[in-house]
Design a protein around this ligand. Structure first.
Ligand SMILES: [Zn+2]
Length: 718
């Protein structure tokens, strides 16, 4: 029997992982889609007057089997995959996409949703209004209001757009793969840590095997460095060879910007044009206006003001840091002209000199079990919740541990799964997810089943799992997301827990990280795994200070990337000049047309460079301290915004930091374990999920809008 076809008869209704076999997924997805379709048909064919209940709630509750199978499948495909699972994913993904498109294009369904949306909303609660708007926008933002001709136009734009994004990514990948730096003399490896050398040697072996290594001389060998981060970053950080750093930097920065078939300049211009055209078709001033409609920031002008404000405050500090770094490089190696390829190297050296602290020194104080207890105790002190280990809950792997979470009255609140260690079959990184989200089913509150998945340092035969400080903050971070899920108290699962606007979702997670830097919190759990000694106060001081090292330059770098992103995407589909960019799309287009006039112009590059590169340079005006490197730029390999989903969203990294620092300041004002402040954060943010606009929720918690002051103070930029 297919377990997805029955209700789960496990304790707490958890997923019966041990009963699920790979052959269950495809039949369950197929049946789930059929059921969802039948439910939507019934809703559309309902002869009653369209109402919030018979349209919006009915739609919200449709597809139960589909939700059941997909929330099990995709979670496992990330945490415990196999070739077979991946093959199943290849098969079910197109089915799900087709089903999603069919629902989005269902004119009868949209007519009903629209009837409710433009109807009388006065008897709806705030949460219901939010759900209604979200449902309506889900259709309208995808063209449901357009006439047939424009719908066809939109379809054509979308298909071109997704092809171009793919091309962009493929070009970046091809450029990355086309470069390798093959070193054969050990002297060229000067400064690199042993681990980095070993990785470079095995990179060579992976590529060529052992065959061409000639061990004639002790100092010769074969090492390959690539533009992949794990190879590139350590090289740029530790290599004493300035010439080789320069070579690597140039290769890295010229991805998609060389005269070859992988050039991304035209791809960018066309993608930007299509995004602007799409936005205009849907009635928005620009792509950024379209995206930000569903963000906390609401409009491009707010984002630009935000970036300008941070820039103004951080710039004097960044300048000072740059001068300090230049002076340091001069003193150390007589460098007269500090270049971009020197930045990582001298920063690392200066940091070491100023704060002699490293991972190996800290690890003994961060035993995983103790850190986990510390997180739980912190949550108990703040929200009164407690964690109780369970051994009777089905998991997908023996390493997964489970807890029942209870509220301050001892009432069941949630289930918490933790999957800490790397395995073959688990993807990189760390994330929070849920197997079941919170919602109301009639009068019954369905409590959530939340999970965090990490890739932490494993225990060895002689040592328990001892975390780096970065892993400690990662645990607190993911736990913050988990709290958002576990403390959810909504009616509808699409507005529950972490289902909030993109630039608001990192607030709970980043907020939790703040406790890792506080002595009162570290004293709870940061105890030496052998001696039990509490972490020395001067270590904490050094952790804090080193976290702020070069904060000004880091901030300016982030502002710059945010501006490049906003610059490209606030271009409107008209000839109107934009106050912030002063370069219009028509200008970009004219240049492009000129290039097409003659093939030779395409090859002689200056004309082409003046468009994409000049546009980027304009956005970065006053933000770049290093001498310009003319053969490199960011845009042509800025995959976040041209391949992934971050277009008009890069600012949200800094935005989330502003929110978390500002929110944490509320705790600092009253004490980091202040119950009242925590209660307000719980009620107004964590439990509220996406039920209301985030700026309203935030104001309710903080009594005012977020200000960047706390972030600047925390980063030492005041
Ligand atoms: Zn996060």
């Amino acid at each position: 029997m297919n377990p997805f076809f029955e209700s789960y008869d496990t304790t707490f209704g958890t997923i019966p992982f041990n009963k699920i076999k790979n052959e269950h997924y495809i039949p369950a997805v197929t049946k789930g889609i059929e059921e969802a379709k039948a439910e939507v048909d019934a809703l559309v064919n309902n002869a009653d007057v369209p109402s919030f209940d018979n349209v919006i709630v009915a739609l919200e509750n449709s597809g139960e089997t589909l939700t059941k199978v997909t929330s099990a499948f995709f979670n496992l495909n990330s945490a415990e995959t196999s070739d077979e699972m991946q093959a199943i994913a290849q098969e079910i993904s197109p089915l799900l996409t087709a089903h999603g498109n069919e629902v989005a294009m269902n004119a009868g369904l949209f007519a009903k949703v629209k009837a409710v949306f433009i109807g009388d909303q006065s008897n709806l609660t705030t949460e219901q209004k939010t759900l209604l708007e979200k449902s309506y926008k889900g259709f309208s933002r995808n063209g449901a209001n357009l006439n047939e001709t424009d719908k066809e136009k939109l379809k054509a734009i979308d298909s071109k757009k997704s092809k171009l994004s793919l091309t962009f990514g493929e070009n970046v990948l091809k450029e990355s793969n086309a470069f390798e730096m093959h070193l054969t003399d050990e002297a060229d490896l000067d400064g690199l840590p042993e681990g980095v050398k070993e990785a470079a040697a095995s990179e060579y072996k992976d590529k060529f095997g052992n065959k061409s290594i000639e061990e004639s001389d002790d100092s010769s060998g074969n090492w390959i460095f690539t533009l992949d981060y794990p190879s590139y970053i350590p090289f740029m950080t530790y290599s004493t060879r300035r010439d080789l750093r320069q070579k690597m930097h140039r290769a890295f920065g010229s991805k998609g910007f060389q005269d070859n078939e992988n050039n991304n300049e035209e791809v960018i211009q066309e993608l930007v044009r299509l995004r602007a055209e799409r936005a205009a078709l849907l009635g928005y001033e620009s792509h950024a206006h379209y995206v930000l409609e569903e963000r906390m920031t609401k409009s491009p002008s707010i984002v630009f003001d935000f970036l300008d404000n941070i820039q103004e405050k951080a710039l004097p500090f960044a300048k000072k840091e740059f001068e300090e770094l230049s002076a340091y490089a001069k003193k150390l190696d007589g460098i007269e002209d500090l270049q971009k390829w020197d930045s990582g190297y001298y920063s690392e050296k200066l940091k070491k000199e100023k704060f002699a602290i490293d991972d190996e020194l800290l690890r003994p104080y961060f035993q995983l079990e103790k850190v986990t207890d510390g997180v739980f105790t912190t949550a108990q002190k703040l929200f009164g919740i407690t964690f109780h280990k369970r051994t009777d809950i089905d998991t997908y792997h023996t390493e997964v541990v489970t807890y029942e979470v209870k509220d301050e009255n001892g009432k069941h609140l949630a289930l918490f799964y933790a999957d800490f260690f790397p395995r073959a079959g688990k993807r990189q990184g760390a994330w929070m997810t849920s197997f079941r989200s919170q919602k109301m089913i009639g009068d019954t509150d369905q409590r959530p089943h939340v999970s965090i998945v990490c890739n932490f340092t494993k225990p060895t035969e002689t040592k328990p799992s001892l975390l780096t400080f970065n892993e400690v903050t990662t645990l607190f971070h993911e736990f913050g997301h988990a709290l958002h899920g576990m403390l959810a108290k909504g009616t509808y699962s699409s507005l529950s827990g972490t289902s909030v606007f993109w630039d608001f979702v990192e607030l709970p997670s980043q907020l939790m990280e703040n406790w890792c830097y506080e002595k009162d919190c570290l004293d709870l759990f940061a105890k030496h795994y052998e001696t039990g000694e509490t972490i020395p106060a001067d270590y904490i001081d050094k952790i804090k200070k080193s976290a702020n090292f070069m904060a000004g330059m880091g901030t300016i770098r982030q502002v710059g990337l945010g501006k490049i992103d906003m610059g490209w995407h606030s271009i409107g589909h008209t000839e109107r000049s934009l106050s912030h960019t002063e370069v219009t799309l028509s200008e970009v287009e004219v240049r492009r047309v000129n290039e097409n006039d003659s093939k030779s112009a395409r090859i002689s590059t200056p004309l082409r460079m003046t468009s994409v590169k000049a546009f980027e340079t304009k956005q970065l005006e006053g933000l770049d301290f290093y001498p310009e490197v003319k053969e490199t730029m960011t845009s042509t390999s800025f995959s976040h915004i041209f391949q992934g989903g971050y277009s008009s969203g890069y600012y949200s990294y800094k935005w989330a930091e502003v929110l978390d620092a500002d929110a944490f300041e509320a705790f600092l004002e009253k004490g980091i374990f202040d119950r009242e402040t925590a209660k307000s954060f719980q009620e107004n943010i964590l439990s509220a999920g996406g039920t209301e606009h985030p700026s309203i929720l935030y104001k309710r918690f903080r009594g005012r809008e977020a200000k960047p002051d706390a972030l600047l103070k925390r980063a030492g930029l005041v």
